[in-house]
Design a protein around this ligand. Structure first.
Ligand SMILES: Cc1cc2nc3c(=O)[nH]c(=O)nc-3n(C[C@H](O)[C@H](O)[C@H](O)COP(=O)(O)O)c2cc1C
Length: 211
């Protein structure tokens, strides 16, 4: 029996530690479409990432059509993992959209007062900044969701490779995104068709000071 593409698969989710241990960059994928239920669940889990003032600056563009993947691959200097993956999730931040609709991010339990407070907080913090400056802040929030996305994918049995090797202007053009958006990265996603490299990392002592 083959699983449908819309119902989530019933693989047992990995623990967080298992997802972290077994995640590695995968650049060759099994040639089968993404299960759309799983894809949606991975995006939902990534959306649970925290952000300062709950700003949720991240936005996702999911590319599954061969023609647009080809254009993304060209924008990424021909890196073949884009064409190999059944889907590519483009993670970007849109700080201008965040600011224009900031009331949406106030917790509903806080009512009108909460929405007014959220507006005041953001106008106060970012009103004096230019688009590039506040865009940088927005990106720092979107990067958190980018990390969550990789682990959510692995936790549900999928593999990914984070990518920053691309021309942002070209990716904006391919996806019809406005000039001000900033990219956390491209994330080809699917099932691994290679093992990837074993982890090579600094030890805890090398990167940590205990006080
Ligand atoms: C922000 C970021 C950008 C990256 N860009 C690329 C890329 O453009 N192409 C690529 O093949 N790998 C890219 N990588 C993958 C890294 O090379 C890889 O994560 C690193 O070597 C550690 O290996 P691992 O992911 O298998 O643990 C990127 C990784 C990160 C986190």
């Amino acid at each position: 029996m083959t699983a449908t593409l819309t119902q989530p698969q019933t693989v047992a989710p990995l623990t967080v530690a298992e997802a972290i241990e077994t995640r590695r960059s995968i650049r060759k994928f099994v040639q089968e479409p993404m299960n759309q239920g799983d894809l949606h669940e991975i995006l939902r889990l990534a959306s649970l990432a925290p952000s300062a003032w709950n700003a949720q600056t991240w936005r996702f563009a999911v590319v599954q059509t061969a023609e647009i993947k080809e254009q993304l691959q060209a924008a990424a200097y021909g890196q073949p993992q884009i064409g190999s993956a059944p889907a590519v999730i483009v993670v970007y931040s849109d700080m201008e959209d965040t600011l224009n609709t900031v009331e949406e991010t106030a917790h509903p339990g806080m009512g009108d007062e909460g929405r007014a407070g959220q507006r005041k907080t953001f106008d106060g913090a970012f009103g004096g900044q230019d688009v590039a400056q506040r865009g940088q802040w927005g990106l720092s929030q979107a990067n958190i969701a980018f990390g969550f996305l990789m682990l959510a994918a692995r936790g549900l049995g999928y593999d990914t490779v984070p990518m920053l090797g691309f021309d942002p202007a070209k990716v904006r053009e391919v996806l019809g995104l406005p000039e001000h958006v900033q990219f956390a990265g491209l994330l080809p996603i699917g099932k691994r068709a290679e093992d990837g490299f074993p982890h090579h990392r600094h030890g805890v002592e090398r990167v940590t000071k205990f006080y």
